[in-house]
Design a protein around this ligand. Structure first.
Ligand code: PMV
Length: 303
């Protein structure tokens, strides 16, 4: 057992494929520079958690249970968390804290785990709490960078994208992902869901090719098309639509909501020279620009 370990894991942004990825289709996700930190240290006879973000406590607790069940370790530690970003933004603080907890436990108890094993236990953790989800956020927290991902981690393919000029805008409204996913299933005829998800799948495949070529114009067009389909599913909001429109009018290659919709964030792919103009345009329609950069490193030991 080690005395003390500190680990951090990144948040995420869904680039393309939102919702469809829950239904056995691919998405593209990027890890962001904002990170969640987990510190674990010896505290004989205890399992204590100090996490300022209440929602994260459940994910830490569940990650500990899943780890203990698998590796049959005992008590004797305290876990403290801190975050570079608010859990309100929907940037994946829950998945990041679960993954950082798992790696910290594995180091603390000197129990070697591969990245795949950390992914599997992390995905189990989120399913135990939310009951639904593709696991894309878990993959971003584990592997980092920009990833082509298929439901449940059937495919996790790093795309080797070196540069991704993104602007991120928060719509000011916190959305609940599990509720959005369940409502979409309840309220949309099966045929419509399948048709739209098939189209989104095609967009993701084409965007993968264009991203690898660094063709931002084409990737941006595909993001616009993806946003239109998500709006058709009814998961966008007036504010998100306005923010995307403002970004496009100010010169973005493309813009879309990112994640479950109903609030949270939008993203815009931007020419570097026009970044500031686009940020101001998003703010003018009520968005809050969040300064994070994509393509960040996955979970890592800090000390
Ligand atoms: O709302 P977020 O950022 O957690 O993203 C949810 C993305 C969905 O595809 C709607 C759900 C999922 O688990 O993939």
């Amino acid at each position: 057992m080690k005395e003390q370990v500190e680990v951090s894991a990144p948040g995420k942004l869904m680039l393309l494929g939102d919702h469809a990825v829950v239904y056995n289709r691919p998405c593209i996700v990027t890890a962001v520079s904002a990170r969640v930190w987990v510190m674990i240290e010896k505290k004989p006879g205890h399992v204590a958690i100090e996490a300022p973000q209440v929602k994260n406590v459940r994910f830490v607790e569940e990650a500990i249970s899943v780890f203990k069940r698998k590796y049959r370790v005992g008590d004797g530690f305290i876990i403290k968390t801190k975050s570079d970003f608010s859990c309100r933004y929907g940037l994946g603080s829950s998945s990041a804290v679960a993954i950082a907890t798992l790696l910290s436990l594995s180091r603390f108890f000197k129990q070697a785990m591969s990245l795949r094993e950390i992914f599997n236990l992390g995905y189990q953790t989120t399913l135990n709490i939310q009951g639904i989800g593709s696991g894309f956020d878990i993959a971003a927290a584990v592997y980092g960078k920009t990833i082509y991902f298929l439901t449940g981690g059937k495919v996790i393919e790093p795309l080797g994208v070196s540069h991704l000029p993104l602007v991120v805008g928060y719509s000011g409204v916190k959305a609940d992902t599990a509720t959005m996913v369940k409502n979409l299933r309840l309220n949309t005829p099966h045929g419509k869901l399948t048709a739209i998800f098939d189209s989104i799948q095609e967009i993701v495949e084409r965007a993968k090719t264009e991203l690898l070529k660094g063709n931002w114009e084409k990737t941006g067009e595909l993001m616009n098309e993806n946003h239109r389909l998500l709006s058709e599913l009814g998961v966008s909001t007036n504010r998100l639509d306005k923010m995307c429109q403002a970004a496009r009018e100010a010169g973005a290659y493309g813009a879309k909501l990112s994640g479950a919709g109903g609030g949270d964030c939008m993203i815009a792919l931007v020419p570097e020279v026009g970044r500031e103009k686009i940020e101001r345009a998003i703010e003018r329609v009520g968005g809050v620009v969040i300064k994070v950069s994509p393509n960040a490193e996955g979970v890592r030991i800090e000390s």
